[in-house]
Design a protein around this ligand. Structure first.
Ligand code: M6R
Length: 516
């Protein structure tokens, strides 16, 4: 069993064919089996055969090997792809991530890059890449098997959307103290003390929804801390020649902590001398282990392929990280610190009030089940939320959707607008962006678009302009993106459900993308 990509498999396959091996498939995986068998043919024991085989492999792999000669043993090796062992009584489990084995056991042993090992019914033995015997102890994880159940919700995605108030509350718990003017980063502040003091630049790397969280962070951290912030899609990072500022910090954002491109970008940043902070939902994941320090989101297990609570908790972390840095660098007054951090702690309650509008949002969604293309528009920190709203729709409803900075619309996308084209506009009561976004609504209305506006509670003007309005509670501009994200998730969910799509397992998608 192999997860990953063997980059030099063509060369290895040719060699094996020259040695008389006959292949049954075109897969890179098969080459591993042949190499092991060739080594066994030379008189080596299976573990040694596997050790010699993986030395030949270039690329990434998590491999599980069964050998007829030793039916009571399973051999494993890991490099670059996730792998862990679930420890049971008289049984062991091997998987790439925790949810797969959670119904069986909550005791998990991590397998590290370069590790090779033997798993039997009663336990495991692991050696590192230098052949040193390593103790990879089983630790108890906190998630209960119940988290892997829908608990009355139709889909995991809906359950996870509804868990957001709780998830954000957990993520903030014990980390924000408005009156003491204090933010705790769970020890990351100590590990990164040197860089935090002289911080001049931040680079963030991430993929998918986590990339949208990072893009939102670009606005939040940039504005709050007065620092240049660059965000790069992790898969593109290595193709750019990034200037590594000795006083720069790289932040890798990843729910799973196993996304291959984000991990590769993190490793490259480290190699180039940058300290790295991970923002992840999974303790002990590869990205958390590789980083110099980590701040964990406490979203709990996320099973739905479309990420929801991981996103809002990532945003919550970026908000208090921004407050921490701004305060450290003297960029925020005591009053503002107290006001914003107090507002931050109000978010769970506010999210809850948006969730109560789920049925209302479903009614709106019902009108668009036949629509073919959507535009999502936002400005400032809500522009990445427009991107995220469009991504959610694409992923689970399979309708084309484009996220755009509202001001860019007249530079091209407006040509797509026709009678009835649905345009979702994020228009919070932020004085910096409000008037201009209203003009955008007028522009698309003039072209007979159907506008669904998401705005701040109490706004009276937008109901006169838009066809449908969804209200979110009032907060500071800094926190608006978190609230704006929730109705867009519900909108995408209800549309996909009304269209009868496979919401938790959308076509062509995997929960964690562990190959580059
Ligand atoms: O685990 P990560 O946050 O690193 O995953 C990144 C993306 O693969 C992920 O966000 C993906 O885009 C989701 N399907 C979005 O809903």
């Amino acid at each position: 069993v192999h997860n990953g990509i063997i980059e030099n498999y063509v060369e290895l396959r040719r060699r094996a064919i020259r040695a008389g091996r006959r292949f049954k498939s075109e897969t890179d995986t098969e080459v591993i089996a042949h190499l092991i068998q060739m080594e066994i043919g030379r008189g080596r024991k299976p573990l040694d055969a596997l050790r010699r085989t993986v030395k030949e492999l270039k690329g990434s792999y998590a491999v599980i090997v069964f050998c007829r000669l030793t039916p009571d043993r399973i051999f494993i090796a890991r490099q670059g792809s996730p792998l862990l062992i679930g420890c049971g009584e008289g049984e062991q489990w091997i998987a790439s991530d925790i949810p797969a084995i959670l119904p069986q056991t909550k005791r998990i042993a991590e397998v590290f890059d370069g590790d090779i090992g033997v798993v039997t019914r009663d336990g495991h033995e692991i050696w590192d890449r230098d052949g040193k015997r390593k103790e990879r102890d089983c630790r108890e994880i906190k998630w209960s098997a119940g988290v892997a159940e829908k608990e009355g919700f139709k889909h995991f995605m809906l359950k996870e959307i509804f868990e957001q108030a709780h998830a954000v509350r957990d993520t903030l718990r014990g980390r924000i103290f408005p009156d003491e003017r204090c933010i705790s980063l769970d020890g990351a502040e100590k590990k990164l003390k040197k860089i935090m003091g002289c911080l001049r630049q931040i680079t963030m790397v991430a993929c998918g929804t986590s990339y949208h969280a990072a893009l939102t962070g670009e606005y939040l951290l940039g504005d709050m801390c007065g620092l240049p912030v660059v965000v790069e899609t992790a898969s593109e990072y290595r193709y750019r020649n990034f200037f590594t500022d000795p006083c720069g910090l790289t932040i890798a954002v990843s729910q799973s902590g196993e996304t291959a491109d984000t991990l590769a970008a993190l490793k490259l940043a480290k190699k180039n001398g940058s300290p790295v902070l991970a923002i992840s939902n999974i303790m002990g994941s590869s990205i958390v282990r590789e980083a110099d320090a980590a701040i964990l989101t406490r979203a709990g297990l996320e099973i739905g392929v479309a990420s929801t609570k991981a996103f809002t908790t990532q945003l919550a972390v970026l908000c208090f990280l921004g407050l921490y840095i701004a305060d450290l660098h003297g960029k925020i007054s005591k009053e503002d610190f107290r006001a914003i951090s107090t507002r931050l702690l109000e978010l769970p309650r506010q999210i809850q009030s948006i969730l109560r509008r789920s049925d209302e949002i479903r009614k709106i969604a019902r009108r668009f089940t036949k629509s073919e293309g959507f535009l999502f528009l936002g400005r400032g920190a809500n522009y990445p939320i427009a991107l995220e709203g469009a991504l959610k729709l694409k992923e689970i409803s399979y309708q084309w959707a484009e996220g755009y900075p509202a001001g860019e619309m007249k530079h091209g996308p407006i040509a797509l607008i026709d009678k009835g084209t649905p345009v979702v506009v994020l228009v919070p009561d932020d004085p910096r962006t409000y008037d201009k976004t209203i003009s955008n609504i007028e522009e698309v209305k003039a072209r007979r678009a159907t506008v669904i506006a998401v705005t701040t509670a109490g706004n009276k003007e937008i109901a006169r302009l838009a066809d449908h309005v969804i209200y979110v509670p009032k907060t500071t501009w800094f926190l608006t993106p978190i609230l704006m994200a929730v109705p867009l998730q519900l909108f995408a969910y209800h549309l996909a459900d009304l269209r009868g799509k496979s919401i938790d397992k959308p076509r062509n998608l995997a929960k964690s993308v562990t190959v580059e």
